[in-house]
Design a protein around this ligand. Structure first.
Ligand code: FES
Length: 112
């Protein structure tokens, strides 16, 4: 078997909800949905809705490539966004150490 990264999904309360092994490069929204996380992802990755918003753990944020301007613009409007916010539809699971994200308590669907 090839390399896998342990991905941890936390609830907005801070409690660990689920940890799951993923092949690096797996789309984070697909992985989240496959593991039962409440991320609607209603625009299916076309960066129109922000319902795939996640908050990346401080120690993991720097492992991700920077957000595009389009992603940043949408994050400015996302519910509960902070400086570690990203759109899961735009993220690939990184290689290496466990990777943790928090699912925000709610989301706005901007694609309406
Ligand atoms: Fe809509 Fe990510 S799925 S912005």
């Amino acid at each position: 078997m090839g390399r896998v990264t342990l991905v941890r999904f936390f609830k907005s309360s801070g409690d660990l909800d689920r940890e799951i092994e993923a092949v690096p490069g797996t789309n984070l929204l697909d992985l989240a949905q496959a593991s039962g996380q409440a991320l609607e992802g209603s625009c299916e990755g076309s960066m129109a809705c922000s319902t795939c918003h996640v908050i990346v753990a401080a120690e993991d944020f720097g492992r991700l490539p920077p957000a595009s301007e389009e992603e940043e613009d949408l994050l400015d409007l996302a519910a509960h966004a902070n400086r570690r916010s990203r759109l899961a539809c735009q993220l690939a699971v990184p290689d290496g150490a466990p990777f943790s994200v928090t699912i925000p308590p709610s989301a706005y669907n901007l694609d309406r």
